[in-house]
Design a protein around this ligand. Structure first.
Ligand SMILES: Nc1ncnc2c1ncn2[C@@H]1O[C@H](COP(=O)(O)OP(=O)(O)O)[C@@H](O)[C@H]1O
Ligand code: SF4
Ligand SMILES: [Mg+2]
Length: 324
């Protein structure tokens, strides 16, 4: 499989020399592959996604690292090239549908505008394409829905509109940041089934973010686990479930009450210890304050990924119970 997206050692910080929010993230997404990005709130998943489009909010900056998308060096692109990347190669569904859908504009106006700007269509052609797109994401009576305002639609319908907008550019890569988090369980399942169908029909790649392992297991080929702004583990869904290599991943899976892979949205116990963001990071393994295996050497660990079996990687050098 050829690689479509590569992130290498991405670091993101806020302000001129404020602390890093993302320390070191490397990952790849292959052509046609669905990769899951999992980790608790605050681990840096959304910022990682946004780095692909160079859409870091506020005073955030990508401080170092490389982003390559379809052979292009994204951090080196000029403004017009970046517009082209956003318009034709990468579609993104942002975490909060209200920040990406304008509440004062009808759905149709927003979709038609996106299509006119990005695909260069005339108003009539954009309108026809908008109807087609809504139909593709299983929105009934699409002509009627084009006249609706976002608040007139259910959460599930709004999320479908978001997916339609992201698909408007016929992207090579769809980034979906927690697309089902705000939805009830049955609507979640429908939206996930829709993503799977679109992926199958279009052969596009997907980077799917969730804090929910059940969602990831249901649709992904590979999983990347983040904690505290680092990738701590990556591997196939099978590897990460059956033989989790990093203590954080194990804790995440242990926190699921049953031994089965959780259903999307299933409740689980919290991982003990101080939650992310409540302590400052000063080197070593960020999971140490909560890790049952932590020892003095963990404060000095460098967070590079180490082989843990056939393509399976983990940032913990001690997970096999070595002395430290
Ligand atoms: N707009 C922002 N301003 C300042 N800090 C931010 C901003 N967005 C994110 N951060 C910091 O980056 C961390 C990671 O954020 P985010 O990528 O949104 O995490 P996740 O998506 O995994 O919940 C946050 O915990 C916060 O400390
Ligand atoms: S490096 Fe130490 S603290 Fe971090 S996960 Fe491994 S054992 Fe736990
Ligand atoms: Mg997020």
């Amino acid at each position: 499989m050829s690689v479509l997206l590569t992130l290498e050692n991405i670091a993101i910080g806020f302000g001129d020399d404020g602390p890093l929010a993302v320390h070191d993230v490397s990952l790849t997404v292959g052509e046609g592959e669905v990769v899951g990005l999992v980790g608790e709130s605050g681990s840096g998943k959304s910022l990682t996604c946004r780095s692909v489009l160079r859409l870091i909010p506020g005073r955030g900056r990508i401080r170092s690292g490389t982003v390559r998308m379809a052979g292009r060096d994204v951090l080196g692109l000029s403004a017009p090239e970046l517009r082209d990347l956003r318009a034709h190669q990468v579609g993104m569904i942002f975490q909060d549908p209200f920040t990406s859908l304008n509440p004062t504009l009808r759905i149709g106006a927003q979709l038609v505008e996106t299509l006119r700007v990005n695909a260069g269509l005339t108003r009539d052609a954009a309108r026809r394409r908008a109807v087609q797109l809504l139909d593709q994401v299983d929105i009934p009576r699409p002509e009627e829905r084009l006249r609706a305002y976002p608040h007139e639609l259910s959460g599930g319908m709004r999320q479908r509109v978001m997916i339609a907008m992201a698909m408007a550019c016929d992207p090579l890569l769809l980034i979906a940041d927690e697309p089902t988090t705000a939805l009830d369980v049955s609507t979640q399942a429908q939206v996930l089934a829709l993503l799977q169908r679109l992926r199958r029909e279009r052969g596009m790649s997907v980077l799917l973010v969730s804090h929910d392992f059940g969602v990831i297991a249901a649709v992904c080929d590979r999983v990347v686990v983040m904690y505290g702004g680092f990738v701590v583990e990556s591997g196939t869904v099978e590897q990460v479930y059956r033989t989790p290599a990093h203590p954080y991943t194990r804790a995440l899976l242990d926190a699921v009450p049953s031994l089965e892979v959780p259903e999307p949205g299933e409740r689980r116990r919290a991982i003990p210890g101080p939650p992310l963001g409540s302590t400052s990071y000063d080197g070593g393994c960020p999971f140490a304050p909560r890790c049952a295996l932590a020892g003095p050497a963990c404060a000095e660990v460098d967070m590079s990924l180490r082989p843990a079996g056939d393509g399976h990687l983990s940032a913990c050098p001690f997970a096999e119970g070595d002395p430290r």
